[in-house]
Unconditional design. Sequence first.
Length: 230
Amino acid sequence: MNTKYQRLFKKEQDEGHFWPSFTDLLTIILLCFILIFIAMMIIKSLQIEEMKKTIDQIMGVRSQLVNDLQTEFSDSPMGIEVDKETGAIIFNTEILFPYDESELKPESFQFLDEFVPKYLDILLQSGYEDYIAEIIIKGHTDRDGSYIYNLELSQERAYSVAEYVLSEDFPYKNIQQHLKDKLTVNGKSYTDYRTDDSGDYSAEDSRRVEFKFRLKDEEILEKTREILGE
């Protein structure tokens, strides 16, 4: 009998030793998970901070570029408008084209010879060039005629500008390769029409050509900034 009771007592002791050890093991595992979670949160926080710095850097480049373009062209006698938000260079198509035509006026070549080098001197100078993903020539029309007709006209006008600045007749051959690497040409028909000071549709202001730039990964950065709540 004593032997039987001794065996039961020993078994209870063994089980008593087992359960505290198992509890300690669970505690250690839980602590490990907590430490891993804290480490991941720290890493994520650092990544977010680095992302914010990158966004601020890109947005700072855009802001400085817009300021430089305004300084160069805002008071220019060339009749150029600089969009304060995007930095787009806007000029009425009457500077370049007869009404309802896509062939450049003879006097427009001198205008482009003066404008394009000044524009690219800013965009492609040291400190900016690495950020520029795309240079866009975009044509716009008024509402006269169908959408398709105006789409073709706006594209042909933008193409005519690009064709000249990349041609043998353009005097600044040194900048042509930079343009070939980054240039995009398109037309918007009358979809992005403009209004006058009263907010009414303006056919004259809607007929225009724009030079725009796009920074590298700009769309991704803008979306990321929205997610971060900036």
